[in-house]
Design a protein around this ligand. Sequence first.
Ligand code: FES
Ligand SMILES: [Fe+2]
Length: 406
Amino acid sequence: MSHPYLTELIARHTPGHALPREFYTDPRIFDADMERILLRHWFCVAHMSDLPHAGDFLVVELGAESVIIVRNRNDEIRSLVNVCRHRGSRICAAKAGKAAAGRFTCPYHAWTYDLNGRLIAAQQMGEPFDRAQHGLKALQVRVVAGLIFTTFAATPLDFTGAERALAQSARVHGWAQAKVAHRRTYSIQANWKLAVENYMECYHCQPAHAEFSRRHVYARPARQGESLEREGRRRAEALGIFIPDIDQYAGAAPKGSELVSLFRSALEEGVESGTPDSRPIGRLMGQFSRHDGNSTYIDIGPVSDFLAYADHGVIYRFIPRSVLQTDMEVIWLVHEEAIEGADYDVERLTWLWHLTSLEDKKIVEQNQAGVNSQFFTPGPYSMREPHPKRFVEWYLRELLEGPDGA
Ligand code: FES
Ligand SMILES: [Fe+2]
């Protein structure tokens, strides 16, 4: 990807407007997105409850890259590059599982690694051969409030601010004492940026999400929601719940630091959760002795987003697959001691965000179909779309300069 091509495309962008078509359709831009943005930021891969025992692993892919996330015998999480140090075969073909006898054995010539990626067996290598020089490459990992993050960056962005924000809010919401109750992947035939821009704005909520809009004040035009938001904050304070807003997303984060944004928004009068009857799914989490009638939105990096209610949590992982294909994995969290059938019902738990995700899949795919047309001209963002507007400005800067301004 040459700079002149990028520079020419960027010059065609009108500030305050959506991006020109090529940013959503050109495979060369997708390759640049991967190299200059996606592989250089942190992203959430799983929750600790996905890997309860030593040897439990899951495999996460991003573009051409694949990584094994595994719990070792010291209860630490390792992020090991899924590329054999012999001749480069993938080691784990399974999406998840348990490493037999605490080992990963390459299916090609049987080089064998332990849970820390150390090479412990390699047949007939002769002398001299130093096993210690041929361990699996390891990526950096952070575990915050039960959430596991990793990054492919050789020099990772500073995660301290994101960690602090997440630790504070997720402590209130009890996410370290949570478990995964359900997960589902929505395959979206659209560029990842259309999916992420859609997630960032609620201009579309009233037209597209009737059930969400009945429950979340965020769906209202800002003016209409002001007094309800104030009332929500008052309810939270009365219960001793204090989670400060943080706005370091898309251009507002210090250079070299990971993006983080956090804000709370009220639920409509009488609504306590995102369930069909708006009642809690069951057991409350974290510091909530009662529902405070709010929801907490957290975004870390460009593709990891979180929503916390008092009684459950939702993780969104956007996984760009190709220029016109994005997977969105949605993971539902409940209290770690909650028992399915007694304390929660999966249908009720997943109802709102399953419905909303299907609605989003449809509108984002229709968006892509329109953007593919030769007649597409990027239009202006509304006053209700400040986040996508800021996102595309940030995106263009990153594409040109990289996250550390290199
Ligand atoms: S490529 Fe893995 S053992 Fe040969
Ligand atoms: Fe939506």
